[in-house]
Design a protein around this ligand. Structure first.
Ligand code: NAP
Ligand code: MG
Length: 495
């Protein structure tokens, strides 16, 4: 059984998609297009204009003009807020359509995109819309010891940072676009967004909704293309004031180098290898929680609970339980309502994840569940639980970004803090226990940007999200993100 395709979806994928620059739908300057495949079959889903450096530069010029002299910068915060709110409303009017497009392009179950990705994207715009009228500076009573007797009036202004380049990945294509665009629009910035080559479709549909909401021409430009060309051109463009990037730590480091030319501001949301810790006194629901922590979105989550640590007294019960769940997960096309896990996003990711499985096997790890490819068509990988691992193994140290968890045991609170922090990453962590003091004590010791206690994968537009260590710079969502899209100006008057 499969979901019947929405008529808008059929029309959208039925003709080649163009770039969105300065409010116009245009072909790439080179005339080139690329295909985005359906990961459930490996067949071509749609063709998309392939932006490169020339298109990125054209989009940056449009964003610059829209920032410097367009109507956007003259709008009141209230007007801007209403437009941002409207984007959220329009997303909610098209939930099924966007969820189907996301499922087709990324592989994730339609029902998951419909319940989570799309409503969360709408909620982000609604949350951010409220901030448009609440971005404030303050007054400061200054002392200036070398000017005795002088009186001053000093205040700060919080101003939009300017033209922002946004480079996003394929794991939550629409939601990542929302996380980036919401705060940029609320603060009055203008944007050039480059979606991932694997999943450009929902960002392009979102651009249509953004125009419909009343965002002026040039404020949001969407240029699909490849990282090495379009992405690199955006990161190094001297007319871009800030880049916000989500993706691998490896590419994050390239972005840092590319940004050095004009020292543009950077925020980076990078990889993870997050510990999920189950204590001896955890509720039995921790088993399902641990499975959800790694298998949600096929493990293609930067916060995936990919290192499961279980107290030695509960190790067999919990790890066997997670393995049983892994074996019961129904894999299939994202458009089949019975599907619990779809294919990985691409052939490249499929090879990468199965490569990790081979390396684990060669290093002596045991697959308690899964361990290989599922079926013989599309990019499906079995949900996998690896045991008998050692801390130095590649499968334990590196981000796999697939449905693969490594399970280890621990014996004490002190030991587990050190084990949890034994990673170059610091994005998330889970703690499962009935002893809430112990949970908070451990939460303080773990060097990560998000800690979940007796839950996992709980996201909200009002919660700041980001990484310690090599998981990134800065925070997304919450009011924290507004600091990353604004500059502070101190103004002083001698009275
Ligand atoms: P990636 O290469 O880091 O891609 C993320 C984004 O950066 C994409 O839009 C990509 O373009 C772009 N990009 C690539 N090279 C670039 C460059 N030199 N300059 C500017 N932009 C560039 O990630 P991936 O290849 O899709 O996945 C590889 C691994 O990254 C995954 O296995 C996973 O470990 C990690 N990852 C992490 C996250 C996360 O949320 N933290 C998300 C995705 C992937 P293209 O569209 O051409 O790729
Ligand atoms: Mg890539």
């Amino acid at each position: 059984m499969t979901v019947t395709l929405d008529r808008n979806v059929e029309a959208f994928i039925g003709s080649p998609r163009q770039l969105f620059i300065n409010g116009q739908w245009v072909n790439a300057a080179s005339g080139k297009t690329f295909e985005t495949p359906n990961p459930a079959t490996g067949e071509t889903l749609a063709r998309v204009a392939e932006g490169d450096a020339e298109d990125i530069n054209r989009a940056v010029r449009a964003a610059r003009a829209a920032f410097d002299s367009g109507p956007w910068s003259r709008m009141t915060p209230s007007e801007r807020g209403r437009i941002v709110w409207k984007i959220g409303d329009l997303i909610l009017e098209h939930v099924d359509e966007l969820a189907q497009l996301e499922s087709l392009d990324n592989g994730k179950p339609f029902l998951v995109a419909q319940a989570a990705d799309v409503p969360l994207a709408a909620d982000l715009f609604h949350y951010m819309a409220g901030w448009a009228t609440k971005i404030e500076g303050n007054t400061i009573d200054i002392s200036v010891p070398y000017m005795p007797g002088a009186n001053f009036h000093s205040y700060t202004l919080r101003e939009p940072i300017g033209v922002v380049g946004q480079i996003i990945p394929w794991n939550f294509p629409l939601l990542m676009a929302a996380w980036k665009l919401g705060p940029a629009l609320t603060t009055g910035c203008t944007v050039v967004l480059k979606p991932a080559e694997q999943t450009p479709l929902t960002a392009l549909r979102l651009a249509e909704l953004i125009a419909e909401a009343g965002v002026p021409d040039g404020v949001v430009n969407v240029v699909p293309g490849f990282g090495e060309t379009a992405g690199a051109a955006l990161a190094s463009n001297d007319d871009v004031d800030k880049v916000a990037f989500t993706g691998s730590t490896e590419v994050g480091k390239l972005i840092v180098q590319a940004a050095a030319g004009n020292l543009k501001k950077l925020t980076l949301e990078l990889g993870g290898k997050s510990p999920n810790i189950v204590f001896d006194d955890a509720e039995s629901s921790a088993v399902e929680g641990a499975a959800n922590a790694i298998f949600f979105n096929h493990g293609q989550c930067c916060v995936a609970g990919s290192r499961l640590f279980v107290h030695e007294s509960r190790y067999d019960e919990v790890v066997d339980g997670v393995a049983e769940i892994a074996k019961s997960i129904k894999l299939g096309s994202g458009l089949d309502p019975a599907t619990q896990m779809g294919p990985l996003v691409s052939d490249e990711q499929f090879r990468r994840v199965t490569g990790f499985l081979e390396s684990g096997r060669a290093d002596g790890a045991t697959a308690l569940a899964g361990g290989g490819r599922f079926g013989d068509r599309g990019y499906f990988v079995e949900p996998t639980v690896l045991t008998n691992t050692r801390p130095d193994m590649k499968v334990v140290r590196e981000e796999i970004f697939g449905p693969v968890v490594v399970a280890e045991s621990f014996s004490s609170l002190d030991e587990i803090a050190a084990q949890a922090n034994d990673t170059t990453y610091g994005l998330g962590a889970g703690i499962w226990t009935r002893d809430i003091s112990k949970a908070h004590a451990l939460a303080k010791k773990i060097r990560a940007g998000t800690i979940w206690i007796n839950c996992y994968n709980v996201f909200d537009a009002s919660l700041p999200f980001g990484g310690y260590k090599q998981s990134g710079w800065g925070r997304e969502m919450g009011h924290e993100v507004l600091n990353n899209y604004t500059e502070v100006k101190a103004v002083t008057t001698l009275l």
